[in-house]
Design a protein around this ligand. Sequence first.
Ligand code: HEM
Length: 431
Amino acid sequence: MNAVTKTQALEKMARDFAAVSGVYNGADVTSPYEQMKEWREKTPVLEGDILRIFRAPSQADWMGTGRKVYTVFRYKDVHQILRDDRNWLSKQNAEGFGSAVDNFLLTGMDGEEHHKWRAILQPPMMPNAIKKWKDNLICPIIEDEFIGAMRPKGKSDLLLDFVLAFPVRVVYKMFGLPDDMVAAMQSAGWALQIVGGPRFDPEEMKTSIPAAMEAGQRLYEYVLPAVQERRKSGVVRDDMIGFLMGLNVDGKSFTDEDITTFIRMTLLAAGETTSRSFGNMIVLLLERPDVWERLRQDRSLIPKAVVETMRLETVAGHLARLAARDMEIGGVTIKKDEAVTVCISSANRDPEVYANPDELILDRPMRPVMSFGFGPHICMGMHLAKLEMEIALNAMLDLPNFRLDPDYPKPVIRGIQLRGPDQLHVKWDVA
Ligand code: HEM
């Protein structure tokens, strides 16, 4: 039996979450947007890595090899790089994380290997496939495990009571992992420790990378028995484990170890990104009571609110690519094996594409937003993440007079990468 209580598990997860925020916010930045604007206008392809400038781990050179890195700020240049996976490679993404997840990382694969795995793994993540999870999984989790208990209280530390845990619960159930909140929170903590492995300071990496590897192993040891039990039981279930067990690739089925490795990789990507994006959305909307009220009255605007807030506050604000050959971007030559950090946060505020880019405008003409990446590596879980956020926002809109709690300081969205609110205390009226 697990001796840890749900509250203890959540608090531990919140500490792991805050630790990751700290890793990616070395320079303690609240708004990097003025600086990004200046670079976008004056040096749209900057020699240097914005992440290192802001004292965060460099994705383009996790291991500090000294590889030359440029940062790309304009939408058109970011777009050009992300859609071209022949000339702009992703393999360096696996340098920091790869060993913690047995080198099975879609974001670190290229070419044939990437296309093959993407084609195999993507179907259960497509809109038609995830639609079914709305009523039989996501809505019940949100109401029965979270909002139902929160509603009579009239106030909440929303990060702890809801934001951190709900995407984890959704994904774990969808994947077919054990229905155990405490174990889910503990293992989500290990996923966070893996994400927090890379560091700005190479000295810190001497301990943080082994710790990330150990967390990777613990996460593996958590998932594997669930897969083995399913296999032994012979029960066919319509979830991710069931889907993976039913697959046959090149005449071979996946082993339990293969399935575990895939699920572990996805757990890194699925939880905190959604938590941070949702937290940012709530902060941005509650800072604008008129927009909140408009959404409350017209729920058809919810999908736009999700996309527009993710544009303004992009969680995975920087992605990295490696030049496969000498390339030219924005008039600058990037040599083979040099790298770029593409600044999605800046692209998402490029006035060439978005009028009044620093304003939250629900009625903006829909343009592809880069917050889930773009091109062949575009987020595989984006339809799920959007659906989760839409349903959760709808539930918050139902809480009467939902507002920031005036007894606490206003939440501040922080960080250069993995941006998120430092805290989020809210109130509502109880009938
Ligand atoms: C709001 C939440 C999320 C955000 C902001 C986000 C963001 C991203 C971004 C920017 C990428 C592209 C990485 C690159 O091009 O290098 C990506 C890839 C990926 N995401 Fe997400 N993600 C979110 C939620 C999820 C969820 C819920 C899942 C799974 C259930 C997921 C699974 C993946 C996977 C597997 C990839 C790798 C795709 C590939 O390389 O082909 N993500 N995500």
